[in-house]
Ligand binder design. Structure first.
Ligand code: FAD
Length: 428
């Protein structure tokens, strides 16, 4: 076996953490994070409960077994416990008192069956369209009929009802990708269909049982050193490796550097050093948005809806929905505590004294062009003899989620001779 390489990983979101776990088993890994805590939990808030202080993940990240095969495999391998959660949803239009669509989940062992009230005629019509989208989407995906089309292009060729598209498909996906409706319309149709047809109906929603802090500790266990509050400001090629410069002026030499930061952050670091990759990274655009943790029930449309912990508010004047999670319904430690919510894109601003935490996130936007750039980046990275590697939820084709981040870390680890101890299975 060859000697362990000295590897720097820059960034400790799920991509950097996955790379640290995969590479740290055989190499000397040092991880750098600019925040004071690992990136995956940098915005978590502490909530005082009757049983003591409880850390709440911000954002609350969930996954479904049918689409996140590699995340689940990593969590199992690293000993991160997983727990079934419930993200059944209710949808309101601004100015209306009653929801236009709502479902709840019937839990049967590890399966979860979405149910719509039989007396809700318009809701049933939307539910039928959801099923038709699943059926037709799956067939179109395997026949290649969605290839090369944006969602808009696909919906033009395969029309679905406006009630389903504008009322459910666009708001749901806008919240999943944290972007506006217009951005969703530009998404590659294949990515959206793949997401909604793999495990959406039955496999249920899962989360890391003990939250991000526990997952981070387990994923970082194989790393040799973890340096938080350490921003990497420059990298320089040397004949036998890469020199990394920190914001405080100190420098360190490594055999390999894995940039597990967002695409635009990576581009700034490599503009001179790796122009080919920088040009590809420049084709990946980003959207910023905000998440607020609060107790302002009055901002939640319809208040708390038992059985449907996620609520959407769709307003014509706004380019994206507001999506709120009733945390008490999904975080067991908060079950008997006063109501607490996590709201993405707060169209209704919670009063200041009800706010526990607020964070701004940037998310890559996926278009047909960015997807082509990512495919080129993947090909570029598979060329041998590289010392600089790109890793992140953006760095694999598809939707930038926990799963794509893990898959991109697996690709880097494979390149460095440390393949994951499971096969990249993609969606079931
Ligand atoms: C509101 C919201 C909800 C979401 N919900 C889900 C969900 O339910 N399920 C799901 O699968 N995904 C979800 N996501 C997406 C998921 O969170 C991201 O895909 C994932 O966190 C991206 O991980 P990453 O490691 O690629 O990047 P990041 O998490 O952005 O990590 C990059 C890290 O690099 C650090 N960094 C940057 N530059 C430097 C530097 N120069 N030096 C040192 N450190 C640096 C940053 O501080 C950061 O910690 C959600 C996202 C948002 C915003």
């Amino acid at each position: 076996m060859s000697a362990p390489a000295r590897i720097a990983i820059v960034g400790s979101g799920i991509a950097g953490l996955s790379a640290a776990w995969l590479l740290g088993r055989e190499h000397e890994v040092t991880l750098f994070e600019r925040h004071d805590a690992p990136g995956m939990s940098a915005f978590n808030v502490s909530v005082e409960t009757a049983a003591g202080t409880q850390r709440v993940d911000v954002p609350l990240r969930v996954f479904k077994a049918g689409y996140y095969a590699n995340l689940c495999a990593l969590y199992r391998a690293a000993g991160v416990a997983m727990q079934a959660s419930d993200h059944a949803a209710v949808f309101y239009r601004a100015g209306e008192d009653l929801p236009y669509f709502r479902y709840r989940n019937l839990h049967l062992g590890r399966w979860s069956l979405p149910l719509v009230g039989l007396r809700n005629v318009s809701g049933l019509a939307i539910a039928r369209e959801v099923l038709r989208f699943q059926r037709q989407g799956r067939a179109d995906l395997s026949a290649g009929r969605a290839a090369g089309l944006s969602l808009d292009g696909y919906l033009e060729a395969h029309p679905f009802s406006e009630a389903f598209v504008e009322g459910v498909l666009l708001p749901t996906f806008a919240a999943i990708a944290t972007c506006g409706y217009a951005d969703v319309r530009r998404y590659p149709a294949e990515a959206i269909i793949e997401f909604f047809t793999h495990g959406s109906l039955l496999s249920g929603i899962w989360r890391a049982r003990f939250g991000a802090d526990d997952a981070i500790a387990r994923l970082l266990a194989p790393a040799r050193a973890v340096r938080c509050h350490s921003e990497v400001v420059a990298i320089h090629s040397e004949p036998d490796g890469i020199r990394v410069r920190m914001a405080d002026g100190s420098e360190q030499h490594f055999d390999h550097v894995v940039l597990a930061v967002q695409a635009h952050q990576a581009r700034k670091l490599v503009a001179d050093h790796d122009p080919k990759a920088a040009a590809l990274l420049a084709r990946i655009l980003h959207a910023a948005s905000e998440v607020v943790v609060h107790s302002a029930s009055e901002t939640i449309p319809g208040g708390v809806t038992p059985g449907s912990p996620v609520s959407y508010l769709v307003a014509e004047a706004h380019a994206a929905p507001m999506a709120s999670i009733h945390l008490n319904a999904v975080v067991p430690a908060l079950k008997t505590e006063p109501p607490l919510f996590q709201t993405w894109n707060p169209l209704r601003e919670p009063r200041a004294d009800a706010v526990l935490g607020r964070a701004r996130f940037e998310r890559p936007l996926v278009t047909l062009d960015s997807q082509a750039a990512v495919a080129e980046l993947v090909a570029l990275q598979s060329e041998g003899q590289r010392r600089l590697h790109y890793c992140g939820s953006y760095a694999m084709p598809g939707i930038p989620l926990l799963e794509s981040a893990v898959r991109s870390a697996m690709a880097v680890a494979e390149c460095l001779g440390t393949p994951a101890p499971w096969a990249d299975s993609g969606p079931d």
